[in-house]
Design a protein around this ligand. Structure first.
Ligand code: C2O
Ligand code: CU
Ligand code: CU
Length: 471
Protein backbone atom coordinates (compact mmCIF):
# COMPACT_ATOMS: atom_id res chain seq x y z
CA UNK A 1 0.00 0.00 0.00
CA UNK A 2 2.90 2.36 0.63
CA UNK A 3 3.76 2.16 -3.04
CA UNK A 4 0.52 3.91 -3.89
CA UNK A 5 1.17 7.02 -1.84
CA UNK A 6 4.07 8.41 -3.79
CA UNK A 7 4.30 12.11 -3.19
CA UNK A 8 5.42 14.63 -5.77
CA UNK A 9 8.80 14.57 -4.14
CA UNK A 10 9.11 10.82 -4.43
CA UNK A 11 8.12 10.85 -8.05
CA UNK A 12 10.63 13.56 -8.83
CA UNK A 13 13.45 11.82 -7.06
CA UNK A 14 12.57 8.47 -8.56
CA UNK A 15 13.60 9.92 -11.90
CA UNK A 16 17.18 10.11 -10.74
CA UNK A 17 19.03 7.03 -11.74
CA UNK A 18 22.54 5.70 -11.85
CA UNK A 19 23.08 5.56 -8.09
CA UNK A 20 26.25 3.68 -7.31
CA UNK A 21 24.97 2.64 -3.94
CA UNK A 22 21.57 1.50 -5.08
CA UNK A 23 22.43 -2.15 -4.76
CA UNK A 24 23.81 -2.14 -1.23
CA UNK A 25 21.93 -3.44 1.75
CA UNK A 26 20.57 -0.71 3.96
CA UNK A 27 19.77 -1.39 7.60
CA UNK A 28 16.00 -1.69 7.90
CA UNK A 29 14.25 0.31 10.56
CA UNK A 30 12.96 -1.95 13.34
CA UNK A 31 9.23 -2.02 13.80
CA UNK A 32 7.38 -2.53 17.07
CA UNK A 33 4.62 -1.17 19.20
CA UNK A 34 4.52 2.49 20.14
CA UNK A 35 4.08 2.11 23.87
CA UNK A 36 6.54 4.53 25.44
CA UNK A 37 5.30 7.98 26.50
CA UNK A 38 7.21 10.65 24.56
CA UNK A 39 9.83 12.29 26.74
CA UNK A 40 9.88 16.08 26.57
CA UNK A 41 13.20 17.76 27.41
CA UNK A 42 12.84 20.29 30.20
CA UNK A 43 12.92 23.97 29.30
CA UNK A 44 15.50 26.34 30.75
CA UNK A 45 16.36 30.02 30.31
CA UNK A 46 19.43 31.44 28.60
CA UNK A 47 21.13 31.69 31.97
CA UNK A 48 22.12 28.18 32.70
CA UNK A 49 24.82 25.64 33.02
CA UNK A 50 25.19 22.65 30.72
CA UNK A 51 27.22 19.77 32.05
CA UNK A 52 28.42 17.48 29.26
CA UNK A 53 28.73 14.13 30.96
CA UNK A 54 28.34 10.39 30.97
CA UNK A 55 24.88 9.71 32.30
CA UNK A 56 22.19 7.06 32.01
CA UNK A 57 18.85 6.78 30.28
CA UNK A 58 16.16 4.15 29.87
CA UNK A 59 16.44 3.96 26.10
CA UNK A 60 14.94 0.79 24.65
CA UNK A 61 13.50 -0.72 27.81
CA UNK A 62 13.05 0.36 31.39
CA UNK A 63 16.62 -0.54 32.33
CA UNK A 64 19.03 2.35 32.18
CA UNK A 65 22.07 2.29 29.94
CA UNK A 66 24.95 4.71 29.66
CA UNK A 67 24.61 7.62 27.25
CA UNK A 68 25.94 11.16 26.95
CA UNK A 69 23.88 14.17 27.96
CA UNK A 70 23.98 17.78 29.10
CA UNK A 71 22.89 16.97 32.63
CA UNK A 72 20.88 13.95 33.73
CA UNK A 73 19.72 11.71 30.91
CA UNK A 74 20.22 11.79 27.16
CA UNK A 75 20.20 15.08 25.15
CA UNK A 76 20.00 18.51 26.76
CA UNK A 77 17.31 20.89 27.97
CA UNK A 78 15.44 23.12 25.55
CA UNK A 79 16.85 26.60 25.96
CA UNK A 80 14.19 29.27 25.41
CA UNK A 81 15.01 32.92 25.03
CA UNK A 82 13.45 36.04 23.60
CA UNK A 83 15.07 37.94 20.79
CA UNK A 84 17.26 40.64 22.34
CA UNK A 85 18.08 38.65 25.47
CA UNK A 86 21.58 38.12 26.77
CA UNK A 87 22.60 34.51 27.03
CA UNK A 88 25.12 33.32 29.59
CA UNK A 89 25.75 29.59 29.54
CA UNK A 90 28.53 27.67 31.21
CA UNK A 91 29.56 24.49 29.47
CA UNK A 92 31.14 22.22 32.05
CA UNK A 93 33.07 19.39 30.42
CA UNK A 94 32.77 16.29 32.60
CA UNK A 95 33.57 13.97 29.69
CA UNK A 96 36.87 12.16 29.34
CA UNK A 97 37.27 13.77 25.91
CA UNK A 98 37.33 17.36 24.68
CA UNK A 99 34.09 18.93 23.50
CA UNK A 100 32.51 22.30 22.73
CA UNK A 101 29.12 23.70 21.77
CA UNK A 102 28.10 25.01 18.40
CA UNK A 103 24.85 27.01 18.44
CA UNK A 104 23.41 25.81 15.16
CA UNK A 105 21.32 28.58 13.58
CA UNK A 106 22.29 31.36 15.96
CA UNK A 107 23.85 34.44 14.46
CA UNK A 108 26.41 35.20 17.12
CA UNK A 109 30.05 36.36 17.24
CA UNK A 110 32.59 33.90 15.82
CA UNK A 111 34.40 33.39 19.14
CA UNK A 112 31.16 32.05 20.66
CA UNK A 113 30.11 29.91 17.70
CA UNK A 114 31.87 26.69 18.66
CA UNK A 115 34.29 26.52 15.76
CA UNK A 116 36.25 23.24 15.78
CA UNK A 117 39.31 25.32 16.82
CA UNK A 118 37.65 26.21 20.10
CA UNK A 119 37.84 23.16 22.34
CA UNK A 120 36.96 22.74 25.98
CA UNK A 121 39.22 20.18 27.64
CA UNK A 122 38.05 17.61 30.20
CA UNK A 123 37.26 19.21 33.56
CA UNK A 124 37.30 22.67 32.02
CA UNK A 125 34.46 25.15 31.79
CA UNK A 126 33.73 27.58 29.00
CA UNK A 127 31.43 30.53 29.34
CA UNK A 128 29.28 31.15 26.25
CA UNK A 129 28.08 34.73 26.37
CA UNK A 130 26.17 36.41 23.58
CA UNK A 131 23.16 38.50 22.75
CA UNK A 132 20.41 36.95 20.69
CA UNK A 133 19.66 39.11 17.69
CA UNK A 134 17.48 37.28 15.20
CA UNK A 135 13.99 36.17 14.29
CA UNK A 136 11.96 33.73 16.29
CA UNK A 137 12.80 30.17 15.31
CA UNK A 138 13.90 26.68 16.22
CA UNK A 139 17.66 26.37 16.54
CA UNK A 140 19.79 23.75 18.25
CA UNK A 141 23.12 23.07 19.88
CA UNK A 142 25.63 20.25 19.63
CA UNK A 143 29.38 19.57 19.83
CA UNK A 144 31.53 20.48 16.83
CA UNK A 145 34.76 18.55 17.01
CA UNK A 146 37.26 18.20 14.25
CA UNK A 147 36.77 14.65 12.92
CA UNK A 148 34.53 13.33 15.71
CA UNK A 149 31.30 15.32 15.85
CA UNK A 150 29.14 12.36 14.83
CA UNK A 151 30.02 10.18 17.81
CA UNK A 152 29.23 12.73 20.53
CA UNK A 153 26.00 13.79 18.83
CA UNK A 154 24.84 10.20 18.28
CA UNK A 155 25.65 9.20 21.85
CA UNK A 156 23.39 11.97 23.12
CA UNK A 157 24.83 15.49 23.00
CA UNK A 158 22.23 17.74 21.36
CA UNK A 159 19.44 20.08 22.43
CA UNK A 160 17.04 22.70 21.12
CA UNK A 161 17.48 26.44 21.34
CA UNK A 162 14.23 28.27 20.72
CA UNK A 163 14.11 31.99 20.01
CA UNK A 164 10.82 33.79 20.61
CA UNK A 165 9.73 37.26 19.56
CA UNK A 166 6.77 39.60 20.11
CA UNK A 167 5.98 39.44 16.41
CA UNK A 168 5.61 35.68 16.64
CA UNK A 169 3.67 35.83 19.88
CA UNK A 170 1.10 38.07 18.20
CA UNK A 171 0.21 35.19 15.86
CA UNK A 172 -1.22 33.23 18.79
CA UNK A 173 0.30 29.94 17.64
CA UNK A 174 -0.41 26.82 19.74
CA UNK A 175 1.76 26.83 22.88
CA UNK A 176 2.43 25.05 26.17
CA UNK A 177 1.12 21.49 25.97
CA UNK A 178 0.18 22.09 22.33
CA UNK A 179 3.73 23.01 21.34
CA UNK A 180 5.85 19.88 21.11
CA UNK A 181 9.56 19.65 20.34
CA UNK A 182 10.54 16.54 18.38
CA UNK A 183 14.22 15.68 18.07
CA UNK A 184 14.41 12.79 15.62
CA UNK A 185 17.49 10.57 15.60
CA UNK A 186 18.31 7.09 14.43
CA UNK A 187 20.51 4.84 16.55
CA UNK A 188 22.06 1.42 16.32
CA UNK A 189 21.60 -0.39 19.61
CA UNK A 190 24.00 -2.90 21.17
CA UNK A 191 22.88 -6.13 22.84
CA UNK A 192 23.10 -4.44 26.25
CA UNK A 193 20.67 -1.73 25.10
CA UNK A 194 23.19 1.08 24.80
CA UNK A 195 23.97 3.10 21.66
CA UNK A 196 26.46 1.70 19.21
CA UNK A 197 28.35 4.34 17.33
CA UNK A 198 30.63 2.15 15.31
CA UNK A 199 29.77 2.89 11.72
CA UNK A 200 30.52 0.11 9.26
CA UNK A 201 33.23 0.62 6.63
CA UNK A 202 30.52 1.60 4.19
CA UNK A 203 28.86 3.95 6.69
CA UNK A 204 32.13 5.79 7.30
CA UNK A 205 31.83 6.79 3.66
CA UNK A 206 28.12 7.21 3.20
CA UNK A 207 26.78 7.95 6.67
CA UNK A 208 25.63 6.07 9.76
CA UNK A 209 22.07 4.71 9.59
CA UNK A 210 20.69 3.31 12.85
CA UNK A 211 17.89 0.75 12.85
CA UNK A 212 16.02 2.42 15.69
CA UNK A 213 14.30 5.77 15.38
CA UNK A 214 14.15 7.72 18.63
CA UNK A 215 12.27 10.93 19.33
CA UNK A 216 13.59 13.04 22.21
CA UNK A 217 15.53 9.95 23.24
CA UNK A 218 12.34 7.86 23.38
CA UNK A 219 12.11 4.64 21.44
CA UNK A 220 8.67 3.86 19.91
CA UNK A 221 7.04 6.93 21.49
CA UNK A 222 3.42 7.97 21.71
CA UNK A 223 1.81 11.23 22.74
CA UNK A 224 -1.79 11.80 23.82
CA UNK A 225 -3.42 14.69 21.99
CA UNK A 226 -6.86 16.26 21.80
CA UNK A 227 -8.83 17.32 18.74
CA UNK A 228 -7.11 20.63 18.11
CA UNK A 229 -4.10 22.24 16.45
CA UNK A 230 -0.63 21.34 17.67
CA UNK A 231 2.64 23.00 16.82
CA UNK A 232 5.46 20.50 16.24
CA UNK A 233 8.98 21.86 16.19
CA UNK A 234 10.91 19.14 14.44
CA UNK A 235 14.69 18.75 14.32
CA UNK A 236 16.50 16.08 12.37
CA UNK A 237 19.51 15.49 14.64
CA UNK A 238 20.47 12.23 12.95
CA UNK A 239 23.93 11.72 11.59
CA UNK A 240 22.93 10.90 8.00
CA UNK A 241 19.34 9.74 7.81
CA UNK A 242 16.85 11.81 5.83
CA UNK A 243 13.11 11.61 6.62
CA UNK A 244 10.19 12.26 4.32
CA UNK A 245 7.74 13.27 7.04
CA UNK A 246 4.04 12.61 6.55
CA UNK A 247 0.98 11.66 8.59
CA UNK A 248 -0.40 8.12 8.40
CA UNK A 249 -3.93 9.38 7.69
CA UNK A 250 -2.49 11.28 4.70
CA UNK A 251 -3.88 14.52 6.11
CA UNK A 252 -2.49 17.87 5.13
CA UNK A 253 -0.45 19.74 7.67
CA UNK A 254 0.87 23.28 7.59
CA UNK A 255 4.48 24.29 7.35
CA UNK A 256 4.97 27.52 9.27
CA UNK A 257 8.72 27.70 9.76
CA UNK A 258 12.09 26.42 8.77
CA UNK A 259 15.69 26.77 10.04
CA UNK A 260 15.79 30.57 10.14
CA UNK A 261 12.26 31.31 11.33
CA UNK A 262 8.77 31.70 9.98
CA UNK A 263 7.59 31.45 6.39
CA UNK A 264 5.66 34.24 4.69
CA UNK A 265 2.49 32.21 5.11
CA UNK A 266 1.41 28.73 6.20
CA UNK A 267 2.06 26.23 3.40
CA UNK A 268 -0.27 23.22 3.31
CA UNK A 269 1.70 20.07 2.47
CA UNK A 270 1.34 16.31 2.78
CA UNK A 271 5.02 15.58 3.18
CA UNK A 272 8.29 17.33 3.87
CA UNK A 273 11.79 16.00 3.28
CA UNK A 274 14.03 16.92 6.19
CA UNK A 275 17.77 16.26 6.04
CA UNK A 276 20.21 16.29 8.93
CA UNK A 277 20.54 19.62 10.70
CA UNK A 278 17.33 21.02 9.21
CA UNK A 279 14.29 22.06 11.27
CA UNK A 280 10.67 22.32 10.29
CA UNK A 281 7.97 23.98 12.32
CA UNK A 282 4.56 22.55 11.48
CA UNK A 283 0.93 22.80 12.58
CA UNK A 284 -1.13 19.64 12.68
CA UNK A 285 -4.90 19.80 13.04
CA UNK A 286 -5.94 16.76 15.07
CA UNK A 287 -9.57 17.84 14.90
CA UNK A 288 -9.58 16.09 11.53
CA UNK A 289 -9.22 12.82 13.45
CA UNK A 290 -11.75 11.16 15.73
CA UNK A 291 -11.31 10.48 19.40
CA UNK A 292 -9.82 6.99 19.68
CA UNK A 293 -7.87 7.20 16.44
CA UNK A 294 -4.12 6.79 16.27
CA UNK A 295 -2.22 8.98 13.81
CA UNK A 296 1.40 8.17 13.09
CA UNK A 297 4.13 10.57 12.13
CA UNK A 298 5.96 8.53 9.56
CA UNK A 299 8.64 8.64 6.92
CA UNK A 300 7.38 7.89 3.43
CA UNK A 301 9.54 6.37 0.73
CA UNK A 302 11.45 8.92 -1.29
CA UNK A 303 13.73 6.59 -3.19
CA UNK A 304 17.41 6.67 -3.00
CA UNK A 305 19.32 9.72 -1.87
CA UNK A 306 22.66 8.15 -2.62
CA UNK A 307 23.26 5.73 0.20
CA UNK A 308 20.13 3.82 -0.68
CA UNK A 309 18.16 5.13 2.28
CA UNK A 310 14.67 6.34 1.55
CA UNK A 311 13.08 3.34 -0.09
CA UNK A 312 11.60 2.02 3.12
CA UNK A 313 8.55 3.51 4.85
CA UNK A 314 8.46 3.46 8.65
CA UNK A 315 6.59 5.00 11.54
CA UNK A 316 8.37 7.49 13.79
CA UNK A 317 5.86 8.12 16.56
CA UNK A 318 2.17 7.73 17.39
CA UNK A 319 -0.35 10.38 18.34
CA UNK A 320 -3.23 8.97 20.36
CA UNK A 321 -6.24 11.19 19.82
CA UNK A 322 -7.53 10.95 23.35
CA UNK A 323 -10.03 13.69 24.00
CA UNK A 324 -12.41 16.17 22.44
CA UNK A 325 -11.46 19.83 22.61
CA UNK A 326 -12.82 23.10 21.33
CA UNK A 327 -10.10 24.93 19.52
CA UNK A 328 -10.24 28.69 19.16
CA UNK A 329 -7.06 28.78 17.11
CA UNK A 330 -7.44 30.13 13.57
CA UNK A 331 -4.72 29.51 11.06
CA UNK A 332 -3.23 32.95 10.22
CA UNK A 333 -3.21 34.02 6.56
CA UNK A 334 0.27 35.41 6.83
CA UNK A 335 3.13 34.81 9.24
CA UNK A 336 6.18 36.95 8.68
CA UNK A 337 6.97 39.55 6.09
CA UNK A 338 10.71 39.33 5.55
CA UNK A 339 12.60 40.84 2.66
CA UNK A 340 13.77 38.75 -0.24
CA UNK A 341 17.43 39.03 -1.14
CA UNK A 342 17.70 40.10 -4.75
CA UNK A 343 21.13 41.51 -5.51
CA UNK A 344 24.49 40.01 -4.72
CA UNK A 345 28.04 41.23 -5.25
CA UNK A 346 29.88 37.97 -5.85
CA UNK A 347 29.32 34.41 -7.03
CA UNK A 348 31.25 31.47 -5.63
CA UNK A 349 30.93 27.86 -6.59
CA UNK A 350 31.48 24.86 -4.34
CA UNK A 351 31.85 21.52 -6.06
CA UNK A 352 30.93 18.57 -3.85
CA UNK A 353 32.69 15.33 -4.63
CA UNK A 354 33.28 11.86 -3.23
CA UNK A 355 36.37 9.89 -4.17
CA UNK A 356 36.27 6.23 -3.11
CA UNK A 357 39.97 5.85 -3.80
CA UNK A 358 41.25 8.69 -1.63
CA UNK A 359 43.56 7.71 1.24
CA UNK A 360 42.15 10.33 3.59
CA UNK A 361 39.19 12.63 3.16
CA UNK A 362 37.06 10.99 0.53
CA UNK A 363 34.56 13.87 0.68
CA UNK A 364 35.79 17.13 -0.68
CA UNK A 365 34.60 20.66 -1.34
CA UNK A 366 36.34 22.22 -4.34
CA UNK A 367 38.74 19.30 -4.29
CA UNK A 368 40.01 20.08 -0.78
CA UNK A 369 39.59 18.43 2.58
CA UNK A 370 39.28 20.52 5.72
CA UNK A 371 42.36 22.19 7.16
CA UNK A 372 41.76 24.11 10.36
CA UNK A 373 44.40 26.78 9.72
CA UNK A 374 43.53 27.41 6.07
CA UNK A 375 41.06 30.17 5.18
CA UNK A 376 39.35 29.04 2.01
CA UNK A 377 37.16 32.03 1.29
CA UNK A 378 37.22 35.67 2.37
CA UNK A 379 33.97 37.59 2.36
CA UNK A 380 33.25 41.30 2.85
CA UNK A 381 31.27 42.09 6.00
CA UNK A 382 27.78 43.33 5.17
CA UNK A 383 27.76 41.87 1.66
CA UNK A 384 25.26 39.56 0.03
CA UNK A 385 26.78 36.77 -2.07
CA UNK A 386 25.49 34.03 -4.34
CA UNK A 387 26.88 30.59 -3.54
CA UNK A 388 26.36 27.48 -5.66
CA UNK A 389 26.53 24.06 -4.05
CA UNK A 390 27.27 21.87 -7.02
CA UNK A 391 26.57 18.16 -6.63
CA UNK A 392 25.75 17.63 -10.28
CA UNK A 393 28.27 14.84 -10.73
CA UNK A 394 27.73 13.40 -7.23
CA UNK A 395 25.64 10.41 -6.24
CA UNK A 396 25.27 11.18 -2.54
CA UNK A 397 23.06 13.63 -0.64
CA UNK A 398 24.84 16.54 1.04
CA UNK A 399 22.91 18.75 3.48
CA UNK A 400 25.10 21.85 3.25
CA UNK A 401 25.22 24.04 6.34
CA UNK A 402 26.72 27.46 6.95
CA UNK A 403 27.70 29.01 10.27
CA UNK A 404 27.34 32.67 11.14
CA UNK A 405 24.87 33.54 8.39
CA UNK A 406 21.51 32.62 6.91
CA UNK A 407 20.58 32.21 3.29
CA UNK A 408 17.63 32.13 0.93
CA UNK A 409 17.24 29.62 -1.86
CA UNK A 410 17.38 30.92 -5.39
CA UNK A 411 17.16 27.71 -7.42
CA UNK A 412 17.73 24.00 -7.54
CA UNK A 413 18.77 22.62 -10.92
CA UNK A 414 19.00 18.95 -11.77
CA UNK A 415 17.77 16.14 -9.55
CA UNK A 416 14.50 17.23 -7.92
CA UNK A 417 14.59 20.50 -9.87
CA UNK A 418 12.43 22.52 -7.48
CA UNK A 419 12.35 24.68 -4.40
CA UNK A 420 10.13 23.07 -1.78
CA UNK A 421 7.74 24.92 0.55
CA UNK A 422 9.93 24.59 3.68
CA UNK A 423 12.74 26.18 1.70
CA UNK A 424 10.86 29.46 1.25
CA UNK A 425 12.18 30.90 4.50
CA UNK A 426 15.57 31.91 5.86
CA UNK A 427 17.67 28.80 6.15
CA UNK A 428 21.08 27.62 7.32
CA UNK A 429 21.04 24.07 5.95
CA UNK A 430 19.91 22.90 2.52
CA UNK A 431 19.74 19.43 1.06
CA UNK A 432 21.77 19.16 -2.12
CA UNK A 433 20.63 15.86 -3.57
CA UNK A 434 22.46 13.67 -6.07
CA UNK A 435 22.74 15.45 -9.41
CA UNK A 436 21.61 18.77 -7.97
CA UNK A 437 23.06 22.24 -8.04
CA UNK A 438 21.55 24.51 -5.42
CA UNK A 439 21.98 28.26 -5.58
CA UNK A 440 21.55 30.37 -2.45
CA UNK A 441 21.99 34.02 -1.53
CA UNK A 442 23.73 34.64 1.75
CA UNK A 443 23.83 37.76 3.84
CA UNK A 444 27.05 38.09 5.85
CA UNK A 445 26.38 40.19 8.92
CA UNK A 446 28.89 38.83 11.40
CA UNK A 447 32.64 39.07 11.11
CA UNK A 448 35.10 36.34 11.89
CA UNK A 449 36.10 32.82 10.94
CA UNK A 450 33.28 30.34 10.37
CA UNK A 451 32.82 26.98 8.69
CA UNK A 452 30.71 25.72 5.81
CA UNK A 453 30.20 21.97 5.81
CA UNK A 454 28.08 18.99 4.97
CA UNK A 455 25.79 18.10 7.90
CA UNK A 456 25.96 14.41 7.15
CA UNK A 457 28.17 14.06 10.21
CA UNK A 458 30.31 11.26 8.75
CA UNK A 459 30.99 13.46 5.72
CA UNK A 460 31.83 16.37 8.03
CA UNK A 461 34.17 14.21 10.10
CA UNK A 462 35.75 13.00 6.86
CA UNK A 463 36.73 16.58 6.04
CA UNK A 464 33.84 17.89 3.94
CA UNK A 465 34.19 21.33 5.49
CA UNK A 466 35.96 24.61 4.86
CA UNK A 467 36.72 27.88 6.62
CA UNK A 468 35.55 31.26 5.44
CA UNK A 469 36.35 34.57 7.00
CA UNK A 470 34.10 37.58 7.01
CA UNK A 471 35.96 40.86 7.35
CU1 C2O B 1 24.87 21.71 13.23
CU2 C2O B 1 28.41 23.08 11.89
O1 C2O B 1 26.70 22.32 12.56
CU1 CU C 1 25.67 25.27 12.59
CU1 CU D 1 27.78 15.11 2.53
Amino acid sequence: STATILSTESILSSCMSGMHHGDTVVPQVNSGLFINPLKIPKTVSGNTSLVAQNTTEALMSSSKVSVLGYGEGILGPTIRVKNGENVNINLVNKLSDHTNIHWHGLKIPADMDGHPDQMVMPNETFNYKFKVNQQAGTNWYHPHLHESTAEQVTLGLAGLFIVESDEEKALGLPKDSQEIPLIIQDKRIKADGSINYQPTMKEIMTGYLGENILVNGTSKPFLDVSTRFYRLRILNASSARIYNLALSNKAEFYLIGSDGGLLFQPEPVRNVLISTGERVDILVDFSLAKVGEVVFLKSEPFFTMGNAQGNQPFDIMAFHVKSQATDTFKLPNSLLNFSKLSASTNIRSFTLTMDHMAKEGMHKINNKIYKSNRIDETVVLGSVETWDFDNSIGDEAHPMHIHGANFQLVSRMGGRNAIFPHEKAWKDTVLVGPGEKVRVMIKFEIKGKFVLHCHNLEHEDDGMMLNFEVK
